[in-house]
Design a protein around this ligand. Structure first.
Ligand code: IMP
Length: 499
């Protein structure tokens, strides 16, 4: 038995001290580019992204829609593996098929659906337009389009059928599949339309929105592959990797990661070995999760492309309660980062670290990067956004999004959480099923987070993540000073509430 002398600490227990900020150290010059796969020290990693944010390998988080949005902003999403191989392959293919400016058709109703149903669908899905099709499926014959701008609850009864307010297909500007974005936009402007339907015969394929006209200018640092397609990553498991990996690689997945709560296992080492003997260095597989240097060394020796750090910190996680396993995220990161640096010194190979679980605050992301993480994997953070795949619901006047753990009874992700007793699977949950406050668009959230991380780095006098890590100075905060972290005055009510 061994008891480590160090207390288990989390990210919120630390603060950064400022370093000198020079005139050259301004937010516009801060480069957040980060390496995601192992490489020789001093060389450039062959997979890098401009924004060090990754979405969690979770059903409630990483849909194709979220993956597209995140890659546009320079991050990377991991499509979840708790689904049949064909379904996961289709998710990857949907991201790879994405063409800038074209929004794939995603929601449809039958002509008999009511206006209230459209309101609910738009609210839950975040889509601007709903297709009205003969059979109510996205692939059915297109009859028209309807969106919230086509009716108002003061003027139109919610029980009226959509046919009373939809724009019939004859009034919608259409173009055939294959139309270029330039031509589609020209048509939109010529016809003074707000939406153009791209159709394959009488089936809707995608929509081009006038309101998207300016958005591509926001994406200066998209994560794209050699064929200019958006990048997407995918989770795999230790049970069916022999079938799943080739299917995902065939679909164009850029990076894979073994999805498990505990990565310090012979099963992960075997998957890494199998993939390596099948593909050599041609397919990148990350592994995890670990919380100490020993776990890191084990996976680094097994040739993991990156190592994911964190056990028990996830916002939906009950692993620490259920199994008594885990470690504060700061202690885990510091220990693993020390091992990573020693490994680089010893072998000449740099293995990136991904900080995973329990991170929501932008300041905690900055602290994790300063402690040695190369990227941050986020579940709750992304689940809260419009682009996540779950329903948006209203409770007590506030909007929430559904969010559940992969170890919850709802997800039943048995490949991630295996508890076997005499060959029988034992069912106990390591996660919960809940709601998180709705936080609007991913684009706005990521823009704000990146701006704050840049501001932190400027205060610490660094314009690159490597320099930030190198020069960071941190202190542990006492409980008393922790209490002073937030504002201590009453938050000012809105102007009309003040007498
Ligand atoms: P969050 O960002 O705090 O919401 O944490 C997300 C991370 O929690 C994921 O990337 C997983 O590593 C982990 N996780 C996902 N589902 C579960 C679960 O059901 N139990 C424990 N951990 C989970």
């Amino acid at each position: 038995m061994e008891i480590l002398s160090e207390v288990s600490r989390t990210l919120g227990e630390y603060l950064l001290l400022p370093n000198e900020t020079t005139e050259k150290c301004v937010p516009e010059r801060v480069d957040l580019t980060t390496a995601l796969v192992r490489h020789r020290v001093g060389e450039t990693s062959s997979l890098r992204v401009a924004t060090p944010l990754l979405s969690a390998i979770m059903e409630a988080v990483s849909s194709p829609r979220l993956a597209i949005a995140l890659a546009q902003y320079g991050g990377l999403a991991f499509v979840h593996q708790n689904q049949p191989i064909e379904a996961q392959v289709e998710d990857v293919a949907a991201v790879k098929r994405h063409k800038a400016g074209f929004r794939p058709a995603s929601v449809a109703v039958k002509p008999t659906a009511t206006l209230d149903e459209v309101t609910r669908l738009v609210r839950e899905s975040g889509a601007e337009h709903v297709a009205v099709t003969e059979d109510g499926t996205v692939g059915g014959r297109l009859l028209g389009l309807i969106g919230p701008g086509d009716f108002h609850r003061d003027r139109h009864a919610g029980v009226d059928p959509v046919t009373t307010r939809m724009r019939g297909v004859e009034d919608v500007v259409t173009a055939p599949v294959g139309v270029s974005l330039g031509d589609a936009n020209a048509l939109l402007w010529d016809r003074r339309a707000d939406v153009l339907a791209v159709v394959d015969g009488d089936v809707l394929e995608s929509l081009v929105l006038r309101s998207d006209y300016d958005t591509h200018k926001r994406f200066r640092s998209e994560s794209i592959d050699g064929r200019k397609r958006l990048r997407v990553a995918a989770g795999i498991n230790t049970r069916d990797h022999r079938e799943r990996v080739p299917a995902l690689v065939g679909a164009g997945a850029d990076l894979l990661c073994i999805d498990s709560s505990d990565g310090y296992t012979v099963y992960q080492a075997r998957v890494l070995e199998d993939v390596r003997s099948a593909y050599g260095n041609g397919v990148y597989v990350g592994a995890g999760n670990v919380v100490d240097g020993r776990g890191f060394d084990y996976l680094a020796d097994a040739r993991a492309a990156f190592v994911k750090v964190g056990i028990g910190g996830g916002s939906i996680c009950t692993t620490r309660q259920q199994k008594g396993i885990g470690r504060g995220q700061a202690s885990a990161l510091l220990d693993v980062a020390r091992a990573r640096d020693a490994y680089a010194e010893r072998t000449g190979e740099y293995v990136p670290l991904v900080c995973d679980g329990g991170v929501l605050e932008d300041s905690h992301m900055a602290i994790a990067l300063a402690m040695g993480a190369d990227a941050i994997m986020l579940g709750r953070y992304f689940a809260r956004t419009t682009e996540s795949p779950t329903r948006r619901v209203r409770v007590g006047g506030q909007d929430y999004k559904e969010y559940w753990g992969e170890g919850s009874m709802r997800a039943r992700n048995t490949a991630r959480y295996e508890h076997h007793e005499d060959g029988e699977a034992v069912a106990f949950a390591e996660g919960v099923d809940g709601l998180v406050p709705y936080a609007g668009s991913l684009y706005d959230a990521v823009a704000m987070t990146s701006a704050k991380i840049r501001a932190t780095m400027v205060s610490c006098g660094s314009t690159s993540l490597a320099a930030f890590r190198e020069s960071a100075r941190m202190v542990v905060v006492s409980e008393q000073s922790f209490r002073q972290t937030g504002a201590e005055v009453m938050v000012r009510p809105s102007a009309d509430a003040i007498g």
